[in-house]
Write a protein that binds this ligand. Structure first.
Ligand SMILES: Cc1cc2nc3c(=O)[nH]c(=O)nc-3n(C[C@H](O)[C@H](O)[C@H](O)COP(=O)(O)OP(=O)(O)OC[C@H]3O[C@@H](n4cnc5c(N)ncnc54)[C@H](O)[C@@H]3O)c2cc1C
Length: 381
């Protein structure tokens, strides 16, 4: 196992200070290793995740070579030739487990933002004190965006949040964590080959959730009540002005509709599994409130916005992969983790084999199936 940094590198170096997992502690499970602390319903800090993964590396005696940056993987006669700091390795198979979130994804028009406005990605952001005083424009309203918008607003800075397509979820539903419902109802185990639109499922943004000790919901209604201004999707920069699309109402209705359907699925599961009486009555959330009027543009040169935080998602990085299996959008082409080059495999990508694939609790089942395929491939040669 080659790791460019240390074990749990992404959790050590690519997370902001206040980040906690949005998955509850009991859901942090790796093969033969699970959370056994006093707070199963709490949410780990990034430091605790690092410790958790480090302990797993130790108990599983994973043969990790740290400080080994892979700079090239290319096809060779009988498999692959891997170049890493420390030397070259010849191998018959390669499993790409380099992560789904290696780089922040930032729109190209960020280059047209006036230099007077500071720009940060979640990889640069650590805490509000590192930002200049004054208004902040947070772009993207998925897990990262809503969490940072709330933190920045609490720091006393006026926050404007640019909202695109998003997934709205309550923190708890009928007395249980919403991710308990995803788990128990089987939604998280829906397989990649059973989904109607796999491409869409793989592109779905992360849910509007935060793991806080208070277990509170962090949706757009909560942010608006805190004083965060909501604007539409940021579409372009023209003459130093940020232009936002005006479709907030439609975007909110879509997220509310999908939320209602998901809660219906949970309720139906509770009834058909005979467990309905264990929970409180079904709940429905108030629709997302549409602002009376939302601004369609902001003059970025006016001084109102002093910094921009791009919470517009992450993407994997395959600059080191010299095998033509990456599409024009930078996504690895694979079928359930089996990449279209003999002996090449992948793990840890969105909906690789199940909806839970890119979460910590998703790796065990995926890894078993993918390594099963790999073992079959080696045996058949
Ligand atoms: C902001 C954020 C919040 C998240 N919150 C949650 C959560 O609440 N719950 C949850 O279950 N999941 C969460 N995730 C998903 C989380 O990333 C995964 O659960 C988990 O870290 C994935 O592990 P991984 O090993 O597949 O990828 P990563 O953690 O990204 O690890 C990939 C490793 O590959 C190494 N690497 C990459 N390229 C090279 C190279 N060329 N050579 C050598 N080494 C290389 C990296 O250094 C890194 O250590 C979150 C992700 C992000 C970005």
């Amino acid at each position: 196992m080659l790791e460019r940094g240390e074990v749990a590198n992404s959790w050590r170096t690519e997370r902001w200070d206040s980040l906690r997992l949005l998955t509850p502690n009991w859901q942090s499970r790796l093969p033969g290793h699970r959370y056994d602390g006093p707070d199963p319903d709490g949410y780990m800090t990034a430091g605790e995740v690092t410790d958790f993964i480090e302990r797993f590396a130790a108990v599983s005696r994973a043969p990790v070579r740290t400080g080994a940056n892979v700079t090239s993987v290319r096809r060779a006669d009988d498999g692959y030739r891997v170049i890493a700091s420390g030397g070259e390795i010849a191998c018959r198979t390669v499993v790409i487990a380099s992560g789904a979130c290696n780089q922040p994804s930032v729109p190209r028009f960020s280059g047209e933002v006036p230099a007077s406005v500071e720009q940060l990605t979640p990889f640069d952001y650590r805490d509000p004190d590192k930002l200049p005083d004054g208004g902040v424009l947070v772009v993207g309203a998925s897990a990262t965006g809503v969490q940072l918008a709330a933190e920045l607003q609490r720091s006393g800075r006026p926050v404007t949040l640019s909202v695109g397509e998003h997934v709205r979820l309550p923190r708890t539903y009928r007395g249980r964590d919403v991710l308990w419902w995803m788990d128990a109802s089987g939604v998280w185990d829906q397989r990649y080959d059973e989904l109607d639109d796999l491409t869409r499922a793989r592109r779905l943004p992360s849910p509007q959730l935060a793991g806080t000790p208070e277990r509170t919901t962090l949706d757009l209604n909560v942010l608006a009540s805190m004083g965060v201004e909501l604007v539409g999707r940021w579409a372009a920069v023209r003459d130093g002005r940020a232009l936002f699309s005006g479709g907030l109402r439609n975007m909110f209705s879509l997220a509310d509709l999908k939320l209602r359907r998901l809660l219906d699925t949970f309720d139906e599961w509770a009834l058909t599994s005979g467990r309905d009486a264990e929970f409180g009555p079904p709940e429905r959330l108030a629709p997302t409130g549409v602002p009376v009027s939302s601004r369609l543009q902001i003059d970025l040169g006016s001084g109102e916005i002093r910094s921009i935080v791009w919470a517009t998602g992450f993407r994997p990085g395959y600059g080191w992969l010299d095998v033509s299996v990456v599409d024009a959008k930078g996504q690895l082409q694979h079928e359930g983790g089996v990449v279209g080059s003999p002996g090449l495999y992948a793990l840890g990508l969105p909906v690789l084999r199940r909806r839970r694939s890119s979460f910590i609790c998703g790796i065990e089942d995926d890894a078993r199936e993918v390594t099963g395929h790999l073992a079959g491939y080696l045996a058949g040669r």
